[in-house]
Design a binder for this molecule. Structure first.
Ligand SMILES: Nc1nc2c(ncn2[C@@H]2O[C@H](COP(=O)(O)OP(=O)(O)OP(=O)(O)O)[C@@H](O)[C@H]2O)c(=O)[nH]1
Ligand SMILES: [Mg+2]
Length: 728
């Protein structure tokens, strides 16, 4: 084994983020190759799942590491496809910096802006890597300048090149290091190690200008450096290196580097840069955690991933913050008590649950027992390790700041904080977004039905975007996720990992029914031929109630027309019939039923007879109560490129949508609207084609409203009328 352990100062954690296809996964593989890291699968070390390989994209975060000059560089690969961009945000929590990878051909793309915003919100240091520099766009100086200008325009004047690409007959084959003013030349498609050489003559002047621009920006606001700069005309190298390091840590500069993952050019320099300039875990500001004292309950976590539970830890912590000083700052330090934060879970069908964690403080060794603060249970960390893509490499210990994994924890979920017993603190996890699309799924066989729920619960543990539940109304199994591709990948994993076959269907819309007019009805159930007879008789009044009121029942019987003990049976008869609906089999809501008269028989009256009478009275009311269909109206937020706004709004109108506002920011627009759910079932596909894959949307239930009558007529015509059941 002999896997070395690294002190905090020799660790770097960096998340690679950026638009799909910019080359993050390829870049990690190239860096591993340059650092001569042994890996299992030569190709895409960090995108190994079949669903990822088939689509050529990364779908969930994965970790790999390289040793570079004795420093352990942990590389977190993240998805750039818009549906999975939430993962990139989660990857930033354990990282000290983000490498924002730019496709040299395309410049800033939609997800580039999204991940930038995430990093900005977390004050995370950023390094811009222009990858695919082998493309024609970086061949001409004019195009190169345009690319850099575009980045500065979008992300601010702190964006500054620390390299110039060297492009010749053979394409991109080297970089000028603008700090040391040396050139490094490469043989494309070889070991990725550059050979030091002089700066090519034609780059001398631009390199000098770029060096000065860099020095000036770094020295800005730093009086000693400014004085040195003006007195000597430059800053000594070691001062400059330290100043750049500090400026990156404080988000005062966002350096630009160049690479080609495909031809493995300048990946050694990227590793150098991360080693020298990216902050180590204990150089970043301490991590904020919340302590939970006193009365608040433990274990209000997110097992099952259903509904709003993901937000629970924040809500609890927030409540405490208002009342006192519960926020504590954890510095990344071996000398502090052991604490770790679980940022991801993987459920391997063979190895079981693998928890990915960052050591916040202390030193974690095999066999350590820690308390899971979120669940209030002890966990034993029997075998700790580190991930190299899909492969778990065991280690003996991990120091503060390092990223590790542990297999087979019992109760721990992503987002949990673990530590020594007696403490109690929680680090905030990034809340998972609400699902944007729901499908009904149908198990193919009885055996598949039995396997479905356990299999999906395993998938939900590692995929916090996924929700699984049974629609209480339609009885369908529903699977909700980020979009069509997400759900299709889940179906594929069900088949591949858990041998569970399901078919995907458009979900049924949970319509409801209600009444629009008051009515009275008489129900009389009488059967008195031979033996013990049956007799129940009631009169009810029904009135509409406002939306959301549900069902109300009032007993308005005077003078004992119906004995008290039979009244609940009438209510039950009405309610049981109402949930089956009157028009199209959907539950009837928002009405009041009042029983005001009736009669009974000394011997033949029974609860059952009054229940049937209630049902008959309800049906009688329906003849005059003007029943109507209600449908769910969703609150929808659509994030699109500005240029697509016209098409998107036009399309919303054709979906009976009501546009409520539009906000533009740079090249992006966010449209908010209210749209009936029935019109949104396959919206993801339409949006993708209207925006060439650069749009995304979220929606949530807002309220119920009447279905327009022409549409209601069609729904009623195609639905089964409720069959009247007779108990005898
Ligand atoms: N020419 C060229 N192609 C590259 C380079 N890097 C990556 N590619 C190609 O670009 C495509 C996408 O690369 P990936 O590494 O999968 O991109 P990614 O950023 O991980 O994409 P997502 O996982 O979807 O976010 C692949 O076909 C790569 O071979 C490069 O430096 N030059
Ligand atoms: Mg990838």
């Amino acid at each position: 084994m002999g896997m070395k352990s690294y002190a905090s100062s020799d660790i770097r954690n960096i998340a690679l983020v950026g638009h799909s296809h910019c080359g993050k996964t390829a870049l990690i593989s190239a860096m591993l190759k340059t650092a001569r890291t042994p890996t299992d699968n030569g190709g895409a070390v960090t995108a190994y799942e079949e669903e990822e390989i088939a689509r050529g994209i990364t779908m969930s975060n994965a970790v790999a590491f390289a040793e570079w000059h004795g420093t352990r560089i942990n590389l977190i690969d993240t998805p750039g496809f818009h549906l999975f961009v939430y993962e990139a945000r989660a990857a930033m929590v354990p990282a000290e910096a983000a490498a924002v990878v730019i496709n040299a051909q395309n410049g800033v793309e939609s997800v580039t802006s999204t991940v930038w915003k995430f990093a900005e919100e977390m004050n995370l240091p950023r390094v811009l890597v222009i990858n695919q520099a082998d493309h024609a766009r970086t061949a001409s100086e004019a195009e190169r300048d345009l690319l850099v200008e575009g980045l500065r325009e979008r992300f601010g004047r702190q964006v500054i090149p620390v390299q110039l690409p060297i492009v010749g007959q053979q394409g991109f084959h080297g970089v000028v290091d603008l700090v040391t003013m040396e050139a490094f030349l490469y043989t494309p498609r070889s070991d990725g190690i550059g050979v030091r050489g002089p700066i090519p003559a034609e780059l001398e002047a631009p390199a000098k200008a770029a060096h000065e621009a860099l020095v000036e920006l770094v020295a800005e606001g730093k009086d000693e450096l400014m004085e040195e700069f003006f007195a000597v005309g430059t800053i000594p190298r070691e001062h400059l290196v330290r100043a750049i390091h500090e400026a990156i840590r404080e988000d005062r500069i966002f350096p630009i580097l160049y690479t080609s993952a495909l031809s493995n050019v300048a990946t050694d320099h990227l590793l150098d840069f991360i080693e020298v300039y990216v902050p180590s875990p204990h150089e970043r500001p301490p991590i904020a955690a919340h302590t939970l004292r006193g009365t608040l309950s433990r274990g209000n976590g997110k097992v099952g991933g259903n509904g709003a539970s993901a937000g629970a830890p924040e809500a609890v912590a927030g409540a405490q913050t208002e009342s006192g000083d519960d926020t504590i700052l954890c510095s990344v330090d071996d000398a502090q008590p052991a604490t770790l934060f679980v940022y991801k879970t993987l459920v391997d069908p063979f190895a079981g649950r693998i928890s990915f964690f960052k050591v916040i403080s202390g030193c974690i060794r095999n066999e350590i027992s820690l308390e899971n603060y979120n669940r209030g249970e002890a966990e034993r960390l029997t075998h700790i390790g580190v991930m190299q893509g899909r492969k778990l490499v065991e280690v003996a210990e991990l120091h503060a700041g390092d990223l590790g994994v542990v297999a087979k924890l019992r109760v721990t979920q992503a987002g949990d904080t673990l530590g020594v017993k007696g403490h109690d603190l929680r680090i905030d996890a990034v809340p998972a977004p609400e699902p944007a699309m729901t499908y009904a799924i149908e198990p193919k066989s009885r055996a598949d039905e039995d396997k479905l729920a356990p299999a999906l619960h395993k998938l939900m543990e590692e995929d916090l975007l996924l929700r699984f539940y049974r629609d209480p109304q339609t009885n369908d199994f529903l699977l909700a996720g980020a979009g069509q591709m997400h759900i299709e990948a889940v179906v594929s994993k069900l088949r591949r990992r858990y041998h569970t076959e399901v078919t995907l269907k458009s979900p049924k819309v949970p319509y409801r029914e209600t009444i629009r007019a008051a009515a009275t009805g008489h129900g009389r159930h009488k059967k008195q031929s031979g033996g013990h007879g049956q007799f129940g008789d009631c009169k009810i009044r029904m009135e509409p109630l406002p939306r959301g009121a549900g069902f109300e029942f009032i007993n308005d019987i005077f003078g004992g027309a119906i004995p008290r003990q039979f009244v609940p049976a009438i209510e039950k008869g009405i309610q049981e019939t109402a949930v089956r609906g009157h028009l199209a089999g959907h539950p009837m809501v928002d009405f009041r039923a009042t029983v005001f008269d009736g009669s009974f028989h000394e011997v033949d009256s029974s609860e059952m007879a009054f229940k049937i009478a209630g049902r008959l009275a309800f049906r009688a009311c329906m003849e005059q109560a003007r029943p109507a269909l209600l449908e769910p109206i969703m609150r929808v937020e659509i994030d699109i490129p500005d240029a697509a706004a016209g098409a998107v709004v036009g399309d919303l109108n054709s979906r009976r949508g009501r546009v409520q506002g539009m906000e533009t920011q740079g090249q992006r627009a966010v449209v908010s609207a209210q749209v009936p759910l029935a019109e949104m079932l396959s919206y993801g596909t339409t949006l993708t084609s209207m925006t060439r894959g650069e749009g995304s949307f979220r929606m949530e239930m807002d309220h119920y409203d009447f279905v327009p009558s022409a549409i209601a007529d069609k729904i009623i015509a195609t639905s089964k009328r409720p069959v009247e059941e007779l108990e005898e």
